[in-house]
Design a protein around this ligand. Structure first.
Ligand code: DAT
Ligand code: MG
Length: 140
């Protein structure tokens, strides 16, 4: 069954001019772009998107970081794209993310409370459906 996933190029990726490189990797892997839109997140949208992290020590810095500039919101499609993009993205911590991955090749630790790791990718079918409806209500 074809799947869809919600991918975000976070403000660090947009600000560093890596949107094109990240889209290139998604397309080169063979996935189809369904929607691509540069958006300024709001606190309300982020509270929904990061509902599972509300109350964690890094939540406030995470929201502040996600509000620091525009985010490129993407919906990509393909068989097993949810798992496939998580694999392209690499581990959460960019310092130890494997070389060859987006986070491993392009990310690093900065002196901030939140890890800046360039991209978000939905982690399950349920998350993908929920997150696509938050960012692209017209697609759900
Ligand atoms: P992922 O983005 O790999 O799914 P996550 O959902 O656990 O990771 O966390 C969301 C984001 O929050 C993550 O991309 C970076 C930040 N983050 C997660 N754990 C953190 C931690 N222990 N310290 C600082 N930032 C963290
Ligand atoms: Mg996550």
């Amino acid at each position: 069954m074809t799947e869809r996933t919600l991918i975000l190029v976070k403000p660090d990726g947009v600000q560093r001019g890596l949107s094109g490189e990240i889209l290139r990797r998604i397309e080169a892997k063979g996935y189809t772009l369904v929607a691509v839109e540069l958006r300024q997140a709001t606190p309300e949208l982020l509270e929904q998107h990061y509902a599972e992290h509300v109350g964690k020590p890094f939540y406030e810095p995470l929201v502040e970081f996600m509000l620091s500039g525009p985010t490129l919101a993407v919906v990509a499609e393909g068989e097993r794209v949810i798992e496939g993009f998580r694999s392209l993205a690499g581990a959460t911590d960019p310092t130890t993310a494997a070389p060859g991955t987006i986070r491993g090749d392009l990310g690093r630790q900065w002196p901030t409370k939140v890890l800046q790791n360039l991209v978000h990718g939905s982690d399950s079918e349920e998350s993908a459906a929920r997150e696509i409806s938050i960012w692209f209500p017209g697609l759900a």
